[in-house]
Design a protein around this ligand. Structure first.
Ligand code: PEP
Length: 252
């Protein structure tokens, strides 16, 4: 089964309001009318509406970097899935390693967010990935499979079409140290095998698995050429429209 590649830019806690609008417009122009690759940008929460307006009518979709699993109430500082939908988000990134490791999100919390997002009807990018010491201790597959298994607990096969998994080795995020295509492919294949065990071969073949970790225009093609790599979640390189567009083009 051929899977449409999906490139998403995670702007993290970067840009200003005017810079975000400018970047979004430039990405929309660079991406143009191509529809071979799905493209999304995920700006900081406070700029979602402005960025949504800047990309309106383009082939670039809007995503958020996080959300909470309640609809409303006394959850100071949090934002619900419905609020994200209200400002035009199609995607939400959940379980990013910075949220897991810097902000203390457990697999169980990530799972609650995944379930809520899917029941509210937004598409999920579920991030998983091992720390350097876990890779060096030979625990990569165990860690990643546990994160996928718990992250997807209770998710039915019928909504798996709304799930993208992003494999992001933590040691490759923002470090300039990219996993080799073979290292990434090995983990992607294992994730697909696990999805197959959980949901069957057809769902496994249809599920998109992005790679994330220091992806740039210059290394994207060889990563995207791997059989089980179906796109990229891009941090630093998504902050420059031409660089990000170079990654999109590498997938065309
Ligand atoms: C990310 O934050 O998801 C990421 C992959 O960052 P970078 O591309 O900067 O490594």
């Amino acid at each position: 089964m051929s899977r449409k590649l999906f490139i998403a830019g995670n702007w993290k806690m970067n840009t200003t309001r005017s810079g975000a609008i400018e970047l979004a417009r430039a990405v929309a122009v660079e991406v143009g009318s191509q529809d071979q690759v799905d493209v999304a940008v995920c700006p900081p929460l406070v700029y979602l509406a402005d960025v949504g307006a800047a990309i309106a009518g383009s082939r670039v979709a809007l995503g958020a970097q996080n959300a909470y699993f309640e609809n409303e109430g006394a959850f100071t500082g949090e934002v619900s899935i419905r609020m994200l939908q209200d400002v035009g988000c199609r995607y939400v990134i959940l379980g990013h390693s910075e949220r897991r490791h810097l902000l203390g999100e457990s697999d169980e919390i990530v799972n609650r967010k995944v379930l809520k997002a899917l029941s509210d009807g937004i598409d999920v990018i579920l991030c998983v990935g091992e720390l350097l010491e876990q890779r060096e201790a030979g625990q990569t597959m165990d860690v990643v499979q546990r994160q996928v298994r718990i992250g997807l607990e209770g998710v039915s096969q019928t909504v798996m079409a709304k799930v993208t998994i992003a494999y992001e080795p933590v040691w490759a995020i923002g470090t300039g140290r990219v996993a080799t295509p073979a290292q990434a492919q090995e983990v992607h294949a294992a994730i697909r095998e696990l999805v197959g065990k959980l949901y069957g071969a057809q769902t496994a073949a249809a599920t998109r698995i992005q790679y994330g970790g220091s992806v740039k225009a210059s290394n994207a093609a060889e990563l995207l050429a791997q059989e089980d790599i179906d796109g990229a979640l891009v941090g630093g390189a998504s902050l420059k429209a031409t660089e990000f567009a170079g990654i999109v083009r590498a997938g065309m």
